[in-house]
Design a protein. Structure first.
Length: 209
């Protein structure tokens, strides 16, 4: 029997609907007593002549469809991927935030020597804060993290190391990654090889998983 997983399509936020306008355009529409709606859904706008327009702000709607799998093995493979993406994605977002922070601070520094010292300081702080968590990542999670870093920063992990630590460090760590079956030069392909990763990331961003 085929097993399936949820695929969510975001319809988008429905625009505010003018109650007075709806009455004139769709006479049969009955929205009930607006006093019974949650306060955050209702907007009152005073018009000229003492009239008031009541607007109802509808919420974002999610429609659930089903994602089919050919067999149980494919479903289990997807479930493992989903778990690995959930583990790695927060670190990719952290990398994006730290890179933006570093670039903003670096603009204020006078020369390359100061930038280098600042980069080393940031690196030590990151290692102190996250080294234990990063060491607990599996090989699969590490490979996914490299891809997600490219997704979030538009730079491969290799490029970032080369930019902030030099060509020698980047080449060395690329060699280490190769030993463990990884590739710091991996580009993110949301519509190709990484489309399932992209699917999981979208579900995370929607707050579904």
């Amino acid at each position: 029997m085929k097993t399936k997983n949820a695929l969510f399509f975001l319809l988008g936020l429905l625009p505010a609907v003018s109650f007075a306008q709806q009455i004139s355009e769709v006479p049969q529409l009955y929205v009930g007593d607006v006093a019974e709606y949650p306060k955050e859904m209702i907007t009152y706008t005073a018009n000229g002549g003492g009239d008031t327009t009541v607007s109802i702000n509808y919420y974002t709607t999610l429609i659930v469809a089903e994602l089919p799998f050919k067999n149980k093995k494919d479903k289990e493979k997807y479930d493992r991927l989903k778990a690995n993406v959930k583990k790695a994605y927060p670190y990719a977002l952290l990398a994006k935030a730290k890179l933006q922070e570093f670039d903003a601070q670096a603009q204020l520094l006078k020369n390359e020597a100061e930038k280098k010292r600042f980069a080393e300081k940031c690196e030590k702080e990151l290692i102190k804060q996250f080294e234990k968590d990063m060491r607990n990542l599996t090989r699969s999670q590490g490979r996914i993290l490299c891809k997600l870093i490219d997704r979030e920063t538009d730079h491969t992990t290799f490029d970032l190391i080369k930019q902030y630590r030099g060509s020698f460090s980047a080449t060395m760590w690329q060699g280490v990654a190769r030993i463990f079956g990884g590739n710091l030069k991996d580009d993110y392909d949301a519509k190709g090889d990484d489309k399932l990763i992209e699917h999981v990331v979208n579900l995370i961003d929607l707050g579904v998983i």
